[in-house]
Design a protein around this ligand. Structure first.
Ligand SMILES: Nc1nc2c(ncn2[C@@H]2O[C@H](COP(=O)(O)OP(=O)(O)OP(=O)(O)O)[C@@H](O)[C@H]2O)c(=O)[nH]1
Ligand SMILES: [K+]
Ligand SMILES: [Mg+2]
Length: 435
């Protein structure tokens, strides 16, 4: 348990004015501060309603709820206090000013409550990352995934894997000890490998599934591509429900890549409008075409639009093909293409249904264990050591033991037991004040 000498406080609810404002305190002086304002220390974990006063003047600042959570059974592990106020700007300002005047109290920095919870072993690094994602979650899929991470889904799995590793390591070390005595320790090694092989497979599955988790967290990228004047910008505006992109009958209207954030079937989506693909003598348009191709190739999904039957270049062969301007008649929609009129709206439901199905195939199902590059890289390292640890060392079992130790260290890094200092500052700095 890390003891911090100072007591921090902050407005933990949103920006005033709001219906209710919650001010949190954490540290050794939290109880005394709550008592100073509310007159008595509330019974632990029970809300007490009453006047909240400035102890210096006796003036009533507000009437509200006071709570006290004694450490270590609190959110941060320290003594924690909460004041639930009327969410007016002046009310909140008066209470914060009063708290700041008490000895040993100071305003909290960004993420400082969470940092104390982490320091006191209330949360591990992956749970802190889950909490950061939960606060930032905008879609249903992001909320589910972040809640699983914040609730320790990855931490528990790591603990299981680590237990298996420790068991395998004990077997390998025993085999090394026995071999010193001249015995052939084949069954011990076989027993260790029987633990290592399925463990290596399980970690590898989680690493492979990480792309799905990262897509849920960051959003799926969907690029609209096609020849000039196919109606790409018109479709982007239709899906976005606003005039985000310039539409005109002039081919080559769109030059830069335009990005629109939206939610599709509970998933975060970044929809890209791109320049029409064609040979051009205009240097600016050439650059637009280059960017269009690059972004479309890197996208998770591509919508290929054409008002004729132009087919996508080989690099975009996987695209969903859309025949636009169906209201103008023209030849029949080619097999496998979706017919669309952005003007009448015909075909848009089929197009969205197809997009949702493809998005679901990319990111759907139970929340992925891993949703950040940092977690994936540490896990991939563990996976590499485990794969090697499953191999044949020609009797040099100390090499197997070393791979197992390195795998354990990489697993520890996922949950922040080792080598965390560099990630901590960036992570806590991204939290809001009061969290
Ligand atoms: N009749 C009809 N016209 C359409 C439809 N969709 C787009 N258009 C028209 O087609 C022209 C080109 O539309 P844009 O959305 O600018 O096409 P674009 O693919 O973005 O074009 P560039 O950015 O120049 O590559 C505009 O005049 C649109 O009004 C449609 O469904 N039906
Ligand atoms: K155009
Ligand atoms: Mg356009």
């Amino acid at each position: 348990m890390t003891m911090f000498a100072d007591t921090i406080f902050a407005l933990s609810s949103g920006r005033p004015p709001s219906g209710v404002a919650v001010v949190r305190l954490s540290g050794p002086g939290a109880g005394a501060a709550v008592r100073a304002l509310s007159g008595v220390l509330p019974t632990p974990r029970a809300a007490r309603y009453g006047a909240l006063r400035d102890p210096a003047t006796g003036e009533v600042l507000d009437r509200g709820l006071a709570l006290f959570f004694p450490g270590p059974a609190s959110a941060t592990g320290e003594d924690v206090g909460e004041l639930h106020l009327h969410g007016g700007r002046a009310v909140v300002a008066a209470v914060l000013r009063t708290l700041g005047a008490l000895p040993g109290l100071r305003p909290a920095g960004a993420g400082e409550f969470t940092r104390r919870a982490f320091a006191n072993g209330k949360m591990d690094l992956s749970e802190v990352e889950g909490l950061a994602d939960l606060v930032a979650a905008e879609t249903e899929a992001q909320r589910r995934q972040a809640l699983a991470l914040a609730s320790g889904a990855l931490s528990r799995r790591i603990a299981d894997w680590r237990a298996g590793l420790v068991k395998a390591l004990a077997l390998v070390e025993a085999s090394i000890d026995f071999s010193d005595e001249g015995d052939v320790p084949d069954d011990l090694v076989a027993e260790a490998r029987a633990v290592i092989v399925p463990l290596a497979a399980a970690v590898e599955v989680a690493v492979r599934d990480a792309g799905r988790g990262e897509r849920v967290r960051d959003g799926i990228t969907v690029a609209i591509a096609g020849p000039p004047n196919a109606g790409k910008s018109t479709l982007l505006n239709l899906i976005a429900g606003r005039d985000a992109a310039i539409v005109s009958p002039i081919p080559g209207t769109t030059r830069d890549v335009l990005e629109v954030h939206l939610e599709l079937a509970g998933q975060a989506v970044l929809l890209l409008d791109t320049a029409g693909l064609r040979e051009s003598a205009d240097a600016v348009e050439q650059e637009g075409v280059r960017r269009a191709l690059a972004r479309a190739e890197a996208a998770d999904l591509v919508l290929w639009l054409s008002d004729g039957a132009e087919t996508p270049p080989a690099a975009l062969a996987r695209a969903i093909r859309v025949r636009t301007k169906a209201d103008l008649g023209g030849p029949p929609v080619p097999p496998g293409w979706i017919g669309l009129s952005a003007h009448s709206g015909a075909g848009i439901e089929a197009l969205l249904a197809r997009l949702e199905a493809e998005a679901q195939a990319l990111v759907g199902g139970e929340p992925a264990l891993v949703s950040r590059a940092r977690q994936r890289l540490a896990l991939a390292e563990a996976s590499g050591h485990l794969a090697r640890a499953a191999g044949d060392f020609g009797g040099r079992e100390e090499l197997r033991a070393e791979e197992l130790r390195l795998a354990a260290r990489a697993l520890d890094r996922v949950i922040g037991r080792v080598d965390v200092e560099d990630v901590l500052d960036a992570l806590f700095g991204a939290f809001c004040i009061g969290k």
